[in-house]
Design a protein around this ligand. Structure first.
Ligand SMILES: Cc1cc2nc3c(=O)[nH]c(=O)nc-3n(C[C@H](O)[C@H](O)[C@H](O)COP(=O)(O)O)c2cc1C
Length: 189
């Protein structure tokens, strides 16, 4: 049985935690860049749309605006150093692909390169841009998805036990915990 908890009121902040941290690739050709993004999520299933919150001052913001595209690359735990690097260094000064030995590979539906080392790559075309304040929301329609072969089960579905995402709490990175149940388990009793 669950227990009602006593509460402390806090001033408003974005308290949702954890969120997955992603590496967003953007820019075409020699301009290719990577930005670490934690403000991201699924917004709509059909048509499939995802959003990223990007500060207007970022080099990546300019590239996404110019090309109308971005790719949400899902890093696994082994890419934590790259997540930090791409989250503190600007592509204005450095080629982050080259600096971290990351491989730009062709998108299936966009001109923006995917990051080959990331197990899942979600290719998006910008369909809405919303200025919210500190961040602009780029809403992207998902126009292509690539998944590493070694993430798939024998039926071609993503095997969740093989993917180890990085979760962000606002100040720490965590791994994913144990499987708690499968969707709709309560209905199958
Ligand atoms: C864990 C983490 C999460 C971040 N999340 C965001 C985010 O959601 N939006 C954003 O604009 N910047 C975010 N940043 C900061 C950018 O990644 C950082 O400023 C980056 O250097 C910008 O790169 P650019 O100048 O090449 O665009 C995050 C950084 C870290 C380390």
């Amino acid at each position: 049985m669950s227990i009602a908890r006593s509460k402390v009121a806090k001033k408003p902040f974005v308290a949702l935690r954890p969120v997955p941290v992603v590496l967003v690739s953007c820019g075409h050709g020699t301009q290719a860049n990577i930005i670490t993004i934690a403000w991201t999520g699924i917004l709509c299933s059909n048509p499939p749309q995802m959003g990223i919150g990007v500060r207007p001052g970022r080099h990546s913001h300019k590239l996404i605006q110019e090309t109308g595209e971005f790719v949400i690359n899902l890093p696994d735990e082994g890419l934590l150093d790259e997540v930090e690097y791409c989250g503190f260094i600007s592509g204005q000064d450095v080629d982050k692909f080259a600096a971290r030995d990351l491989t730009p590979a062709p998108g299936s539906a966009v001109q923006t390169a995917i990051i080959a080392e990331c197990p899942i790559n979600i290719e998006c075309r910008v369909c809405h841009t919303l200025s919210l304040g500190s961040h602009d929301l780029f809403v992207g329609e998902v126009v292509g998805v690539q998944v590493s072969q070694d993430m798939l089960d024998e039926r071609g579905r993503v095997d969740n036990s093989k993917f180890k995402p990085i979760l962000f709490t606002g100040d720490e990175y965590w791994g994913m915990g144990d499987l708690l149940g499968s969707y709709g388990f309560s209905q199958r009793k």
